[in-house]
Each structure stands twice: as structure tokens, then as C-alpha cells.
Design a protein around this ligand. Structure first.
Ligand code: PNS
Length: 164
């Protein structure tokens, strides 16, 4: 069985992430979406539990996609799935530089681990979790940026942020 791991900080999950997950689920028998910490993004908007809950609801419609979380290294996490491949989305050349470095460090930790990249769908190349957080902070409409079912979660959290 072919297994893909789609890791990310998902703060929050966007339609760009979901597009990559959906396309990956057509290529691999099984997809594990893993909510992880990104040390370069130390002040997340959502807790891991909140992110997990949103990702689970967002991928519910895909039967071969499951959701997990880990606070460890991705390359170590992947060892439990023999032959699993990391799949990440690339929006632009700037993404490539960072992801290429990540791929190399992951390979250093776990030489058997391969990483594959899917190019972002054109309509989501502008989209990022940070754009969503900023839009939410200003009370902007999030339709078309994140899955509809998690919009109320983001709006609620943005209200708390604004009132601080
Ligand atoms: O959605 P993101 O923020 O681009 O995802 C990045 C993520 C979470 C996949 C990356 O930071 C990661 O792999 N974190 C786990 C810790 C790790 O393995 N870091 C790389 C080696 S130092």
C-alpha cells in the first residue's frame, strides 16, 4: 500500500492545503495529514487540538485520508510508516528554497525518506495561513480561502485576538 504523509503547521488549514491533500489522495492509497510544530512560527493562532479538530472536519469527505499530530521531528515520525513519502505543495520559487532545505535535513535524519512536491493550483498560489490569519484579524470574508466548515472557528478566535 502506498502511503503519503502531508505534514504542516495548518494554522489554520486553507483551501490550498486541502487542494494538495485531495490531489495526493488520488495518487496514494492512503494519506496521513500530520499537524506539526514549525519552530520558525512560534506563536500559532490555534492550539494543536484546535488545528487537529479543524483538519479532521476539512478532510472528512476523503475516505483514504486520516489525521494525526506529532510534536517531534517529521523524519522520525515517518519511520512508523514503511515506505511512506512526504508530499508538500509548492507555490513559488521561495517555497522551493525552504522545502529543498527541509528535504535535505529530513534525508539526513532518515535516508530512506523521499519527499515529493505538487505544484499549487494556480488559484491558490497567493494563499497562505498567514494571509488567512491577517484577513480574519480584520474581520474580512474568508469564503474561498478556507473550508467553509471552519470559518466560524477562525472568526471566533479572531474576535478573541481583537479583544486582547
Ligand atoms: O506548514 P508548514 O509550516 O510549512 O510546515 C512545516 C513543518 C511543520 C512540516 C516543518 O516545520 C516540520 O517538519 N516540523 C517538524 C519538526 C521537523 O522535523 N523539522 C525539520 C528538521 S529540523
Amino acid at each position: 500500500m502506498s502511503i503519503a504523509i502531508c505534514p504542516g503547521s495548518f494554522d489554520p488549514i486553507t483551501l490550498g492545503h486541502l487542494n494538495i491533500i485531495r490531489r495526493t489522495s488520488k495518487i496514494f492509497d492512503r494519506v496521513v495529514v500530520c499537524v506539526m510544530n514549525n519552530a520558525n512560527k512560534p506563536n500559532p493562532m490555534f492550539t494543536v487540538e484546535e488545528k487537529l479538530d479543524m483538519v479532521i472536519r476539512a478532510v472528512e469527505r476523503y475516505p483514504n485520508v486520516t489525521v494525526d499530530c506529532s510534536s517531534g521531528l517529521l523524519a522520525e515520525y515517518a519511520k512508523q510508516y514503511e515506505g511512506a513519502v512526504i508530499v508538500k505543495g509548492l507555490r513559488a520559487a521561495s517555497d522551493f528554497e525552504y522545502e529543498f532545505q527541509m528535504n535535505l535535513i529530513n534525508k539526513k535524519i532518515n535516508p530512506a525518506l523521499e519527499t515529493m512536491f505538487l505544484t499549487a493550483s494556480e488559484k491558490y498560489t497567493f494563499l497562505s495561513s498567514s494571509i488567512v490569519r491577517e484577513m480574519a484579524y480584520y474581520g474580512a470574508d474568508l469564503t474561498g480561502l478556507v473550508p467553509n466548515e471552519i470559518i466560524p472557528d477562525i472568526q471566533r478566535k479572531a474576535e478573541i485576538w481583537r479583544s486582547k
